[in-house]
Structures are given as structure tokens and as C-alpha cells.
Design a protein around this ligand. Structure first.
Ligand SMILES: Cc1ncc(COP(=O)(O)O)c(C=O)c1O
Length: 361
């Protein structure tokens, strides 16, 4: 059986370094924030090419605290892609703001820059872009729209560690940007973890307070904050893996290259653009008979996933929030998309077997 993912195998090469990192932390006697977290924050800010990184408890919290840092008026509108993992939209709702959905470009699966401006009103305060599956959105036109309309940009980089657009890394375009280090991500912890990255010192300071009960100084609280600190154990593990992130991305790009070259044109493959450095958190293909293809692959001993089976606007949780919503492009993607195995735990031989089975269908 070719598994879709095997996190034990993915983390095996890091076992000794994880042990060492854990023992150093254990011996330090300091388990909340402190040196281990600060070291990772410095390293990750430098990796992304920004001034500040603030470690938080999860990717969802990273988006939520980014939004809270701007002090937007309650009920203000935030543009979000209709084709995303629901966390992006939940963060907007949990921040007391109103999500306004924009459809994706059917070729890139990312928010369509040509459809953003028609959704901007006098109540719009921000655009959240999501670099889905490891491909950065078309940031030049998006930043221009934001500048023209005087709204902020927040990047949801949960699936795009190290991905680039025109040579610039994900997380270095918007004013305040969010990462998840959920275990399956290209930079994945061994538990929940996230981070906010920004060039803006005031925003960084605000997020730092918000993640720690709204406190700058112990037992003095300036704003109503949260407990959303990056766990020091996870920060240590993330520093270990960060050293190998470029290698992980290159490996996934090699496997993606095999798919792109050898998969038949019977399936729709991800587009490749010169200005994009994609990191293939996921390798999505599309097929009209997606479920039958998935069944065929399973019978051939190959596990796949669907990211995602139900679009956010069709989720029960969103019934009273988004109301009647027509997102045909997003719906079509959700009906036809299939994620093929692409992970550190797969060999080129595994990928050849997947290609053969897909091409037989
Ligand atoms: C696009 C996107 N945004 C946000 C999140 C939320 O991250 P977390 O699970 O760390 O809260 C995820 C996580 O899977 C994601 O894929």
C-alpha cells in the first residue's frame, strides 16, 4: 500500500535532533516562551525575509490575531477566497468581522485578482489571500488593488512555507501574515503550532501582547488578549526542521516534476508559471470522475485525499453566516479535485507506481 502520508516516517530523520532539543529544553527549566521560542522566531523571520515573527498556538490563531492586531471596527468586511480550508473564514468570523467570498481562478485554484474589486465596499478593511496547495497568489495585482482601495492584506501561508512569487517569499507581501505548523505541513511540528510574520514593529508588538493575555509586562494587561503562545517544545522541534525546509521543498518539487512530466493529459494537472516557486504542500489533480478514479487508485493500493470535499459556503457551520451563496467555480473544484501522495515518505518509485495507476484509469 502506498500511504497518502506517514508522519512517523517523515519525522524519522529528525529523531536524534528532536531528542537533543527536548532534553536541552527540559534541562533549562523554562517552558513557556523564553529562549527556545525566541530563537525559532528569529530564524523564521529571517527565512521569510521579514523583520518580525511571533510564535502562536496554531494557524487559526495566527490569522485571528493578525486580524485583531489591526483593531478593525466590529462588523467590517474582509475579502476571503471561497476556495480555502474553512479556518481562514472561521478566523474572520471569530474576530467579529464579516467574510465576503471571492471565487478562485480555475487554473490556479487561488483567489482570482480580477474578481476582488467588485466585492470591495466602503466597509471593506482587508483582503485575506490564501496560497493554496503551496502556490503563492498573484500578489502584484492584489497588492495594487489593496493600495488603491486603502485596505490591508493578510496572507494565509498555512500551505506555503518557502513558496515564492517573483522571487519573494510567502509571508513577505501583506502587512501581517499567518503560518500554520500543523504536523502535515511542509514545515510541520509534532503538535499544533503557528506564527505571525510582519515587517511592522507596531503590529508585531500588538500580536505579541495578544498572544499572551494582552500583556507586555507580567500581571499588567493592556488589551483583552488570549493565551495563544507557541509551545516551547514545538519551537525547538521547528528549529530542527527549519534547517531542512529547503531540502523538503526541493524533494517535493522533484516528485511534483515527475507527476507533471508523466501523468497523461486525461487528468488536469496543476499549472506551472515562470514567476512561481511552488512547494506542493499538496499535489492536486482534477478529474470529472474523481470518486471513481479515487476508488481505482485504492484498488491499486494507493491512498489519496480530497482537499476538500465540502466547500466552506456549503458547510453547516456557515449557514447563518454566509447565507445563500453561489460559488460555482469553488464548487466545481471541490467536486473534481484529488490529492496524490507527495511527501518525504515517498520514493520516486512510489510516484512512478501512482503515475502508472492514474494513467491506466
Ligand atoms: C489554508 C489554511 N489556513 C489555516 C489553517 C489552520 O491552521 P491550524 O490547523 O494550524 O489551525 C490551515 C490548516 O490546515 C490551512 O490549510
Amino acid at each position: 500500500m502506498i500511504e497518502y502520508e506517514n508522519l512517523k516516517k517523515v519525522n524519522e530523520p529528525f529523531r536524534d535532533a528532536f531528542r537533543k532539543s527536548f532534553e536541552t529544553l527540559l534541562d533549562s527549566g523554562w517552558y513557556i516562551l523564553g529562549g527556545t521560542v525566541e530563537t525559532f522566531e528569529r530564524e523564521y523571520a529571517s527565512y521569510c525575509g521579514v523583520r518580525h515573527c511571533i510564535g502562536v498556538a496554531s494557524g487559526l490563531d495566527a490569522i485571528l490575531l493578525s486580524l485583531k492586531a489591526f483593531d478593525f471596527k466590529s462588523g467590517s468586511e474582509v475579502i476571503v477566497p471561497s476556495n480555502t480550508y474553512i479556518a481562514t473564514i472561521l478566523a474572520v468570523v471569530n474576530a467579529g468581522l464579516k467574510p465576503v467570498l471571492v471565487e478562485p481562478d480555475i487554473r490556479t485554484y487561488n483567489i482570482d485578482p480580477g474578481k476582488i474589486e467588485e466585492k470591495i465596499t466602503s466597509n471593506t478593511v482587508a483582503i485575506i489571500v490564501v496560497h493554496l496547495y503551496g502556490k503563492v497568489c498573484e500578489m502584484d495585482p492584489i497588492m495594487e488593488i489593496a493600495r488603491k482601495n486603502d485596505v490591508r492584506v493578510i496572507e494565509d501561508c498555512a500551505q506555503a512555507h518557502g513558496a515564492m512569487y517573483r522571487g519573494k517569499k510567502a509571508g513577505s507581501f501583506g502587512q501581517c501574515n499567518a503560518f500554520s505548523f500543523y504536523p502535515t505541513k511542509n514545515l510541520g511540528a509534532l503538535g499544533d503550532a503557528g506564527a505571525v510574520v510582519t515587517d511592522d514593529g507596531d503590529i508585531a508588538e500588538k500580536v505579541r501582547m495578544l498572544r499572551n493575555y494582552g500583556s507586555r509586562r507580567k500581571y499588567h494587561n493592556d488589551v483583552a488578549g488570549y493565551n495563544s503562545r507557541l509551545d516551547a517544545i514545538q519551537a525547538g522541534f521547528l528549529s530542527v526542521k527549519l534547517e531542512k525546509l529547503d531540502h523538503i521543498n526541493e524533494y517535493k518539487r522533484t516528485l511534483a516534476g515527475l507527476y507533471l512530466k508523466h501523468l497523461s493529459d486525461g487528468v488536469i494537472k496543476p499549472v506551472v508559471a515562470e514567476e512561481s516557486f511552488d512547494v506542493y504542500h499538496i499535489f492536486p489533480i482534477r478529474h470529472k470522475k474523481r470518486d471513481a478514479l479515487r476508488e481505482h487508485l485504492l484498488k491499486s493500493g494507493i491512498q489519496t485525499e480530497v482537499h476538500y470535499p465540502v466547500p466552506p459556503h456549503k458547510q453547516r457551520a456557515m449557514n447563518n453566516i454566509l447565507g445563500e451563496c453561489d460559488c460555482p467555480i469553488s464548487a466545481e473544484i471541490h467536486e473534481t479535485i484529488l490529492s496524490l501522495p507527495i511527501s518525504l515518505c515517498h520514493t520516486e518509485d512510489d510516484i512512478a507506481k501512482v503515475i502508472e495507476a492514474v494513467n491506466q484509469f
